[in-house]
Design a protein around this ligand. Structure first.
Ligand SMILES: Cc1cc2nc3c(=O)[nH]c(=O)nc-3n(C[C@H](O)[C@H](O)[C@H](O)COP(=O)(O)OP(=O)(O)OC[C@H]3O[C@@H](n4cnc5c(N)ncnc54)[C@H](O)[C@@H]3O)c2cc1C
Length: 500
């Protein structure tokens, strides 16, 4: 069969682009290097425990619940997910005490007011500043957008009122959350809270995070609520794979792409690790920008200055991971999401100081054998210095201690409970996700640059995923897949699909 498009990688970005293009009638093949689809969002099983390898925090997964681009794609594919709503959406454990985090904006502020009444008033002002961004952006559904000049007539023709609403807020739109925080919030406790929420979202604190991202997160979680997909993050991947196949696309697992074949600055096809060559005029790379530009292309395929500038993009660190199966007796009131900040004297971004914990079997008991829970804890960890040498096992134990200590804040006798223990390092993360240095994604701070778009200087080569616009996170990479897919079809095809 001759192909229209090959997608390299089945992360959420690659699957979204591939499935949407199949929906448009294109002949699509997704080549995934790993034996399991999903990239950072894949699920895996050991001894009856079903683990999320990465994301577990989601808003607006079910039809009509919100503005999540992923849900918008599932809808046009004719697919859906089952999800469990919950609130409080988590607990933040600071050195001085534990704070329940509600997705409902009113309850969130009330909980802050119990700690700092003045801080709660400032937080309300801060949220009010961000609200107009959300109100204007929510009028423009991501599924209608594209990433070329043809977006201008689409936006002006269909969404002019929302654009006009945005105009008075252009300064905030382009600025950082830190700028808004500096104007509205003096209270140190609330400033740390905002920094932490930004860090959890973008890997950077408030001054590095763009304002629309946080406006969207705060108001979307309040409006749509927080949900966990039944079956874990793998259920999201499965729904996208079903959508891809339903519309005639194909997924090839264990199909590592070794090279993108370029001739006269045009894509000719790809070469797989097993030597197979597949011809196609369009390739979409879901590998990171560093992997695409260093491993999949030859240096001479790209203009030297473009290549150099792209490869200078700073990267967020990688991770230490703990995946545990634990006995559940006596943990009946356990909640599913926790963030532990160990030391007030250290920066929240310092590796090991902020630990994220997710226990998804509290929402979906089928993820663990009866009487057990499944636990995933992770914290930032630099890639540099990690080697599989004779000291590797010892170092793994030592560097995972911050995660065990964080878990003890939530389940004091955790060390007596586990029946399965898997420790992952930046090397594990880089290997299983095929990601450059196991990075979380580009560290492009607000005001210091913008995420690159889907196009590349090579005709027929496009990129999607968390090193393209709009950035890191499942909704964002789904948006990148939409932007790429829509750019590859005429606007009237999108209008037909959306009946607008
Ligand atoms: C620990 C952790 C927790 C997170 N928590 C959340 C959360 O709660 N909520 C949220 O929204 N986001 C979260 N994120 C972020 C989110 O998971 C990612 O931003 C997103 O899943 C990345 O998707 P992607 O499409 O960019 O690519 P990836 O997931 O990186 O997928 C790329 C795919 O390409 C494949 N590939 C690479 N090279 C090749 C090749 N040469 N040939 C074939 N295949 C190749 C890889 O194997 C991989 O499957 C989390 C991330 C991590 C790591």
């Amino acid at each position: 069969m001759s192909l229209d498009i090959i997608v390299i990688g089945s992360g959420i970005g690659g699957l979204t682009a591939g499935a949407l293009l199949a929906r448009y009638g294109k002949r699509v093949l997704v080549c995934e290097s790993h034996a399991i689809a999903g990239g950072a969002a894949h699920s895996f099983s050991r001894q009856g425990f079903h683990f999320d390898s990465g994301p577990s925090f989601y808003c607006g997964l079910t039809p009509g619940s919100g503005l999540n681009p992923l849900q918008q794609v599932l809808e046009v594919l004719g697919e859906s997910l089952q999800a469990v709503p919950y609130d409080p959406m988590g607990h933040y454990h600071f050195p001085e005490g534990t704070f329940p985090v509600y997705s409902n904006a009113e309850r969130y502020r009330q909980a802050v007011a119990e700690i700092t009444p003045q801080g709660a008033r400032e937080l309300e002002q801060f949220e009010k500043r961000l609200l107009p961004l959300y109100e204007s952006l929510r009028g423009i559904p991501t599924i209608a957008l594209r990433a070329d000049w043809q977006m201008i007539p689409v936006i002006l023709g269909q969404y002019l009122p929302s654009v006009l609403k945005l105009l008075p807020h252009l300064r905030i739109l382009q600025g950082s959350v830190g700028d808004v925080m500096d104007r509205e919030v003096r209270d140190p406790w609330v400033r740390r809270l905002i920094d932490l929420e930004c860090f959890l979202l973008s890997g950077l604190k408030a001054h590095g995070t763009i304002a629309p991202e946080v406006a969207f997160m705060l108001w979307e979680r309040s409006r749509a609520g927080v949900e966990y997909p039944i079956g874990g993050s793998g259920a999201i991947v499965d729904a996208l794979v079903r959508g891809l196949k339903r519309w005639g696309g194909e997924l090839k697992l264990n199909a590592h792409v070794e090279q993108i074949l370029i001739q006269s600055s045009k894509v000719k096809g790809v070469k797989l690790k097993n030597g197979e060559v597949i011809n196609t005029p369009v390739v979409i790379s879901n590998a990171t920008l560093w992997d695409t530009y260093t491993k999949l292309l030859r240096p001479e395929d790209l203009p030297p200055s473009y290549r150099q500038q792209s490869l200078e993009t700073p990267a967020v660190d990688s991770f230490m991971h703990l995946h545990l199966g634990i006995r559940a007796e006596g943990l009946e009131n356990l909640t599913g999401h926790h963030v532990v900040v160990h030391h007030a004297s250290k920066d929240i971004t310092e590796p090991g100081n902020t630990c994220m914990i997710s226990i998804p079997s509290v929402w979906d008991a089928n993820l663990a054998p009866g009487g057990h829970h499944v636990v995933h804890a992770y914290t930032l960890e630099p890639y540099e210095g990690w080697r599989r040498d004779e000291g590797y096992e010892e170092r793994k134990k030592e560097r995972s201690q911050s995660l065990f200590c964080a878990l003890e804040r939530v389940i004091p006798d955790i060390r007596d409970r586990f029946v399965l223990e898997l420790i992952g390092t930046p090397l594990t993360h880089a290997y299983y996700l095929r990601r450059y240095q196991g990075t979380y994604g580009p560290a492009i701070a607000a005001g210091k640059g913008i995420f690159p778009g889907t196009q590349t200087p090579i005709s027929g080569l496009y990129r999607v995923g968390d090193s393209t616009m709009p950035g890191i996170g499942v909704p964002a990479v789904a948006a990148s897949g939409i932007l790429c897919a829509n750019t590859l079809v005429p606007p009237k095809e999108t209008a037909k699909l959306l009946k607008i």
